[in-house]
Design a protein around this ligand. Structure first.
Ligand code: SF4
Length: 289
């Protein structure tokens, strides 16, 4: 829980606050935009929650925050909200909350399905989340989009016995034991519904995961920018090659999908035809950015 001693002066008065340990990951602003905004490269509470809905969302943001930088003097919902994650986004697709500082607050997702659940990137290994994942059927596979978002992969592997998947180009000393290490840039089918697509750019071995030709889990490859109002890629935080990332982005035009579910940035939902247009716009934008 955040420290009142470290409370930022930019917060408005009231029970909820952000302290100076905030790493500006954007999670709280995405989850509770009526309560949190950005000021001086950190989040702050710009409006205390008044409605029940905003109160719940602000408490969820507190739970999801990777650095425990959000505090509240009203803890009435904390116990209930702790078990609110994974939180359903769409048919069998969940947001895990409980982001990890190890992956700079990147979002991770759980796909619940009869063929075996898939965890997409690693959330924080937190007790209430683990219990809920267990109740939803555990984890068969842990897909790791790239080396920055592996967080607590070893703890998930130990707890659920899941198979971990990370491209060979992303392997570092702490992921040497990962069970599946694909190579090359050709798409790899895991089964009828799951396709891994290498998208070098942000990092050399970055991969995205396409589920049922509908949900594209994009890691740090592609996201929606509320500020720009369109799909985009992080040029400032591109560690390998932005030119390669643009080429990888073009290859995604070969696929149908309706959801972009990123590690950072905003999820985005649109019909497949519109999504293709949005992706083409992003590719144009990348050429001129
Ligand atoms: S979720 Fe936490 S670390 Fe991330 S921006 Fe909000 S207060 Fe800062």
């Amino acid at each position: 829980m955040a420290s009142r001693r470290k409370r930022l002066k930019t917060n408005v008065d009231g029970p909820f606050f952000v302290d100076r340990t905030c790493i500006d990951c954007d999670t709280c602003r995405k989850l509770a935009p009526e309560v949190f905004d950005r000021s001086d490269e950190k989040s702050r509470v710009y409006a205390q929650p008044i409605s029940e809905v905003d109160f719940v969302l602000a408490t969820r943001a507190l739970i999801a925050c990777p650095t425990a930088s959000i505090g509240t003097e009203d803890k009435s919902l904390l116990t209930d909200v702790r078990s609110a994650f994974p939180d359903a986004i769409d048919d069998g697709v969940y947001f895990c909350g409980y982001t990890s500082e190890k992956s700079f607050g990147a979002w991770s997702y759980l796909i619940v399905r009869s063929e075996g659940n898939v965890l997409v990137d690693s959330p924080r290994f937190a007790g209430p989340l683990i219990e809920r994942i267990e109740a939803l059927g555990g984890v068969e596979d842990l897909f790791l989009s790239h080396k920055d978002d592996v967080a607590d992969h070893a703890a998930f592997h130990e707890r659920f016995g899941c198979r971990r998947i990370l491209h060979a180009r992303e392997i570092q000393p702490d992921t040497r034991e990962v069970e599946v290490q694909p190579t090359g840039t050709d798409p790899i089918r895991l089964d009828e519904d799951l396709l891994m697509i290498p998208v070098p750019g942000h990092t050399e071995g970055h991969m995205v995961l396409l589920y049922r030709n509908k949900y594209l889990f994009t890691g740090d490859h592609l996201a929606f920018s509320a500020a720009l109002g369109h799909l985009y890629a992080f040029e400032r935080f591109c560690w390998y090659s932005f030119d390669e990332q643009r080429k990888s982005m073009k290859r995604l035009l070969d696929y149908d999908f309706e959801w972009v579910l990123p590690g950072h940035g905003r999820p985005f939902h649109a019909p497949a035809a519109q999504m293709r247009e949005e992706l083409a716009r992003c590719i144009d934008w990348m050429a001129g950015s």
